[in-house]
Design a protein around this ligand. Structure first.
Ligand code: TLP
Length: 349
């Protein structure tokens, strides 16, 4: 039986085209700046987002944390959404590596706006170091793949410029945001000083993220990457897969979005499940199972027995994510299996 893995869009396997490109990749020592394939990937990424330069890093976490370190100094405050990855899911690195303080703002949908940000802005004084950075997550993972409306982004950009506070975007899934909005990556990126995006979330590459920004920001980021142990050597074998991902995988995103909508709409009809399909804008669906009487562990174990994998991320909240390694038939099977689990919960205890 084929396993339908909906735990994350990180679970995808590299495509044949990626594997062939990896096999053929021209490589060199990237710490000396001599890997031609890494250099090409960095150049492509910078062009794609309309920034001066880019840096290939092993993970989204490293991209975000380098950005925090490069934009700030110890004691500064980072304004971010309460459930953002940069503060909750990165092992406290914001505090450990950069010595920064998170000003985490609660929202109903993961999307910050200027009024919420401005009420937390602080200029340095005798008593505090003040705001060093605003960090936006687009799409917002924990809020269920929510997308920053362009108007909201533009207003944050204009106000942050006036306040002289840099803006970073955790765009781990910014390709999904661009697809949902029908805009280019650079139209989004022009509103932030730095943008990190992942090749391994929904784009199918095995490893890697790109941090993009001005040339001087990326020069500084290269030093931060070394400090974090992220200086890779013949990384061209990975960058080669990334180049294929950039070229071929964005075309698969609309189908992943349609599958997520299908899952949300189908699950909304399953007794015991609560989900609002209108809130599903991209490839992430969160649903509530409290009314089934099952714990997350019982629920996901029952699904697993029938070959469907989902993630319990908070009490009663299950996350499923669509991607290029699942198709509509897989999603139909997931709905059936979830329906069966909800119909006979006692059997799964
Ligand atoms: N998120 C992972 C898990 O950590 C939950 C996932 O499966 O979604 N920013 C955002 C918005 C992310 O969702 C993630 C990964 C990261 C950064 C970190 O990327 P990696 O795992 O490459 O360090």
């Amino acid at each position: 039986m084929r396993t339908v893995d909906l735990r994350s869009d990180t679970v995808t396997r590299p495509t044949q085209a990626m594997r062939q490109a990896m096999f053929r990749a021209d490589v060199g020592d990237d710490v000396f700046g001599e890997d031609p394939t890494v250099n090409l990937l960095e150049q492509r990424a910078a062009e794609l987002v309309g920034k001066e330069a880019a840096l290939f890093v092993p993970s989204g976490t490293m991209g975000n944390q380098i950005a925090v370190a490069a934009h700030t100094s110890p004691g500064r405050e980072v304004i971010c959404e309460e459930h953002s990855h940069v503060v909750l899911y990165e092992m406290g690195t914001l505090a450990r590596f950069s010595g920064c303080l998170a000003r985490a703002v609660p929202t109903s949908d993961g999307i910050l706006d200027w009024p919420a940000i401005s009420s937390r802005l602080r200029a340095p004084s005798d008593h505090f170091r003040g705001t060093g950075l605003i960090s936006l997550e687009n799409t917002h993972n924990y809020a269920g793949g929510r997308v920053y409306p362009m108007e909201t982004l533009r207003s944050i950009r204009a106000e942050a410029l006036a306040a002289e506070v840099p803006v970073h975007m955790d765009g781990a899934r910014v390709f999904h945001a661009a697809a949902a909005l029908g805009v280019s990556l650079s139209e989004i990126a022009v509103n932030v000083d730095s943008l990190a995006f992942c090749l391994s979330k929904g784009l199918g590459a095995p490893v890697g993220s790109l941090l993009t920004g001005s040339r001087s920001f990326i020069e500084q980021s290269r030093l931060m990457r070394k400090a974090l142990g992220g200086g890779m050597r013949q990384a061209g074998v990975l960058a080669a897969a990334g180049l294929v991902a950039l070229e071929q995988s964005p075309a698969n995103i609309p189908a992943a979005h349609a599958d997520a909508k299908f899952l949300a709409e189908s699950l909304a009809k399953v007794p015991g499940i609560s989900v609002n399909p209108a809130e599903v804008e991209t490839n992430i669906v969160f649903f509530d199972i409290s009314r089934t009487g099952l714990t997350n562990g019982e629920f996901t174990a029952s699904l697993r027995e029938d070959g469907v994998l989902a993630l319990g991320l908070a009490a009663g909240r299950i996350r499923i994510v669509t991607h290029q390694d699942v198709d509509r038939a897989d999603c139909e099977r997931a709905v059936e299996v979830i329906g069966a689990t909800c119909a006979a919960p006692a059997a799964h205890r």
